[in-house]
Design a protein around this ligand. Structure first.
Ligand SMILES: [Zn+2]
Length: 405
């Protein structure tokens, strides 16, 4: 009985000792250094204002803000801001994360922050991490979630969001059938009612910006009015494909060839639009197709040439997917993400390099598109050219995101 009581006392002492070492507040050192208040306020899209109140018996000499942003990176990155102030026993300090200086982050980005405070007596305190979301609070957002996809919108009814969600679901299903790729991480789509509203969410908006895809954040922001459903469906399918393919293949080794990323995104939009088909037919008949090798680098800024580049990319992916099947396409994506060169990856998976693919695909395309004789291709309509320009710009944004800007 006495032994039991002694054992119990020992256990209690041990628990108390552990509590003192690891126990609440994570206060280290001496004195009564304490964080009295901590808060953050967002001024979307320009800044986050962090505030802290602290007091101690000895003058406070060091205050740091630490934060991590929810985005994909190959190593955990914690940013630190050292606050400038005159040492004192009672302090109210603030620090601005000014996005005009650092570049913006997308709407809805999550981050976690905490403070460390130290006084002249050597006492140190660390606050518990707090989560905050950098929401675009200019609008009241509705949301619709299915599986890994969430759509946020504020203009248009539930049916509008359902339409966009069905486009997203169909795109993911189609992508999975063609390549075996599926979203590894949640994807969030912010639907603004216009390009103007979207531009208000950006630090340095360009007047042509109609959408932005932030691959590292898993966030897409697009301006789609409720009466632009057909364009909206295609754009969502296209951009969602880019995000998912990026999630499946992201690696520090390098990117996929452009014809493959753009081809998958185009293929996933659905049937190739007539303007593209006509251009493809014309190029086959005039023998002016672009080589697979040249399509591996970013497309030309010349609208007609890039129009053809997108059409050929669609057709290349269609050729690989329908001739060799889903398993090979998935193998190709995986092989690229392991750091193989374009020629080596194709060689490993299909047994031909870019030139071999070029020859085989030309035969396929000649049969598929060349049979209907057409001496002059119909030029793309002004609406189609506008759409292409906005797509090119979306893709150039995407490239910027990929390289980590
Ligand atoms: Zn694209």
């Amino acid at each position: 009985m006495i032994k039991k009581a002694a054992l119990l006392a020992l256990v209690i002492i041990l628990i108390m000792a552990l509590f003192l070492v690891f126990g609440p507040g994570r206060v280290q050192g001496q004195g009564d250094l304490a964080i009295l208040d901590s808060s953050v306020e967002a001024e979307f899209p320009f800044k986050l204002n962090f505030r802290l109140s602290a007091r101690s018996d000895a003058p406070i000499t060091d205050i740091r803000l630490h934060y991590t942003v929810d985005r994909e990176s190959y190593a955990q990155v914690t940013s630190e801001a050292s606050i400038e102030f005159m040492p004192d026993t009672t302090l109210d300090v603030q620090w601005d994360w000014d996005m005009r200086r650092t570049g913006g982050i997308p709407p809805g980005t999550g981050l976690e922050y905490w403070w460390t405070v130290q006084d002249a007596g050597g006492a140190k305190v660390e606050s518990a991490p707090t989560r905050v979301y950098f929401d675009d609070n200019r609008y009241s957002w509705n949301s619709l979630t299915r599986d890994k996809v969430t759509i946020y919108w504020y203009e248009g009814n539930q049916a509008f969001a359902e339409e966009l969600m069905s486009a997203a679901e169909q795109a993911l299903e189609h992508l999975s059938e063609a390549t075996g790729a599926y979203p590894l991480e949640p994807v969030r789509l912010y639907i603004y009612k216009s390009s103007q509203d979207l531009q208000g969410a950006m630090i340095f908006p360009q007047e042509w910006t109609g959408g932005v895809t932030f691959t590292r954040y898993g966030i897409i922001a697009i301006g789609i009015a409720p009466n632009e459903l057909s364009w909206g469906r295609r754009t969502i399918s296209h951009e969602l494909t880019h995000l998912v393919v990026h999630q499946m293949t992201a690696s520090p080794y390098g990117d996929l060839p452009v014809w493959l990323t753009e081809g998958l995104a185009m293929y996933n939009e659905g049937i190739l639009e007539a303007g593209y088909v006509n251009l493809l037919k014309g190029a086959i008949n005039r023998d002016s197709l672009l080589s697979v090798r040249s399509l591996s680098s970013p497309f030309s800024a010349n609208p007609e040439e890039s129009y053809l580049a997108y059409a050929q990319s669609y057709s290349l992916v269609e050729f690989l997917a329908t001739t060799y099947g889903q398993g090979k396409m998935l193998e190709l994506l995986t092989t690229f993400s392991q750091g193989n060169s374009y020629d080596a990856a194709l060689g490993k998976v299909y047994g031909f390099n870019m030139d071999g693919l070029n020859s085989l695909w030309r035969e396929y395309a000649a049969k598929r598109f060349g049979e209907t004789r057409q001496t002059t291709a119909m030029p793309p309509s002004p609406v189609e050219v506008l759409r292409l320009v906005s797509r090119l710009l979306l893709d150039s944004e995407l490239t910027a995101q990929r390289v980590g800007i």
